[in-house]
Design a protein around this ligand. Structure first.
Ligand code: C2E
Ligand code: MG
Ligand code: MG
Ligand code: MG
Length: 287
């Protein structure tokens, strides 16, 4: 009885392993052709400067509408692309698109997500700098979002790449802060312009006292270290008020705007006045 149960469990497990492997393969194969088949799109979510309460930049977010599978979220296909070399092609495509769109938004910056594997490539900074120069965009209008894994995988080289990015004039944001192992203590020596506090902490605001305490102290410390602080995933007025009180320099989330396509984004950027200089999360963060 037990033996038979055990064996069928093994068989079930094998089958689901098999199915998930097959799923990954078909995603990978589809993704390999997605650029050529024009199934990819970049959408842009506004980032708001707290003090002036205006849109100062946009985060570029990749979308894939597959003929075969329908809409697949980046949380599903990015990790699969990261396990193959596909992430490099996707990353280059997103960067080219985002830079072309950024030219339509005078005074606003664009924030581009970069995977650890892209970041670790020897020519990452030079290739980015060449692209930005070719697009005639000032590098200070381009922010690179990295995650904590980038720093902890290989700290000496990561630190060097961060310095080179900053030296070339780019801004660097640490995305999803608080979800990994980094603390303000061990990131203080890296060249970072701002922290993006992960949505999971913002979600707790108005619900758990601990969430407010964490957000307040992270914001205070980050700003005293000269970093800007972006709150991610702001959805409600309650959260918005708490984040303004906490002193976050920038706010991003459905409360202010969903990611939108390139034309809607250009219209939004042009509707407001060009933001004043220093609208960037990393600019004038102290004080
Ligand atoms: P992320 O960089 O942390 O991006 C923020 C995510 O939160 C986005 O999800 C955005 O649509 C979502 N979001 C923003 N405001 C709100 C809100 O108020 N409520 C809720 N519920 N969600 C909100 P998305 O676009 O599905 O992207 C998920 C993740 O996929 C990104 O997280 C990023 O890690 C990755 N990703 C997306 N595009 C790219 C890309 O071009 N390259 C790389 N390497 N990763 C990407
Ligand atoms: Mg991001
Ligand atoms: Mg994030
Ligand atoms: Mg996130």
């Amino acid at each position: 009885e037990a033996k038979r149960g055990g064996r069928s469990q093994v068989r079930l497990f094998d089958r689901s392993m098999d199915e998930s492997a097959r799923f990954r393969h078909s995603i990978e194969a589809g993704l390999r052709q997605a650029i050529a088949k024009r199934e990819l799109e970049v959408v842009y979510q506004p980032i708001i400067a707290r003090e002036a309460a205006e849109v100062v930049g946009f985060e570029a977010l990749l979308r894939w509408n597959s003929a075969e599978h329908g809409e697949i979220p980046p949380s599903v296909f990015i990790p699969i692309a990261e396990e193959s070399n596909l992430i490099h092609d996707l990353g280059e495509w997103v960067t080219a698109e985002a830079l072309a769109e950024c030219r339509r938004w005078p005074g606003h910056f664009v924030s581009i997500n970069v995977s650890a594997r892209q970041f670790r490539r020897q020519d990452f900074v030079d290739a980015l700098a060449a692209r930005v120069a070719a697009a005639s965009i000032s590098p200070d209008r381009v922010q690179i979002e990295i995650t904590e894994t980038v720093i902890f995988d290989d700290d000496a080289r990561a630190a060097e790449t961060l310095r080179r990015l900053r030296h070339a004039g780019f801004r660097v944001a640490l995305d999803d802060f608080g979800t990994g192992y980094s603390s303000l203590f061990n990131i203080r020596n890296y060249a970072l312009d701002c922290l993006k506090i992960d949505k999971s902490f913002i979600d707790g605001l108005g619900r758990e006292v601990e969430a407010a305490a964490i957000v307040n102290s992270v914001t205070h410390l980050a700003r005293s270290l000269g970093m800007g602080v972006v709150a991610e995933g702001v959805e409600t007025e309650t959260q918005n008020q708490a984040l303004r009180l906490a002193g976050c320099s920038h706010l991003q989330g459905f409360y202010y705007g969903h990611p939108a396509d390139a034309d809607a984004t250009a219209a939004l950027a042009l509707a407001g006045e060009a933001p004043a200089q220093g609208g960037h999360p990393g600019a004038g963060a102290v004080g």
